[in-house]
Design a protein around this ligand. Structure first.
Ligand SMILES: [Zn+2]
Length: 169
């Protein structure tokens, strides 16, 4: 497996067709960003770049394990995730970002820096619920306290726990 830490792909010299890139993003990568929700962990990214005459299609495949805090007990928990994203790069008259999925590069561009995409997609790939798989794996002291606040029961997921706690007052 060839891993590279250079997130800039010079595309002008690439032949028409598919090219693959592999990245391993770790602590050093995410540390560059002030608001990164990822600090400890490894995110593996496989990119297939398909160069066509007037555009490029980049398919990103993410697979990662990160250490974060549990939504329920606030202790450290390992969360796994996997996701795919597609970026379309068009060659146009000037450089502009159309949306999250389409970017246009002007005639003077010779490479594309993927740093921001790798960062944003990694965060998009994170599951919204980050918690220990079972409540039994959580810090039981915290769970006990939460239970007294009428929070922590797996059954009342449909009630916002903050509202449930308020009702008790
Ligand atoms: Zn927990």
């Amino acid at each position: 497996m060839k891993l590279t830490s250079d997130y800039t792909i010079p595309f002008t010299g690439l032949k028409i067709g598919k090219h693959t890139y592999e990245y391993k993003l770790g602590k050093a990568f995410f540390e560059q960003f002030e608001y990164s929700e990822i600090s400890e962990g490894d995110v593996y990214v496989d990119i297939v770049l398909e160069k066509q005459m007037n555009m490029m299609i980049l398919n990103f495949e993410f697979e990662g394990v990160i250490e974060t805090t549990c939504d329920r007990c606030q202790e450290s928990v390992e969360v796994e995730f996997a996701s795919e994203y597609k970026l379309i790069v068009k060659f146009g008259d000037f450089t502009e970002t159309e949306n999250d999925e389409i970017v246009v590069l002007g005639p003077n561009e010779i490479d594309i820096n993927l740093t921001q995409y790798l960062y944003e997609y990694s965060h998009l790939a994170l599951p919204s619920k980050r918690a220990h798989e079972s409540i039994d794996e959580c810090n039981q002291d915290v769970i006990a306290i939460l239970r007294t606040m009428n929070y922590g029961s797996e059954d009342d997921d449909d009630i916002d726990p903050r509202w449930a706690a308020l009702k008790e007052i």
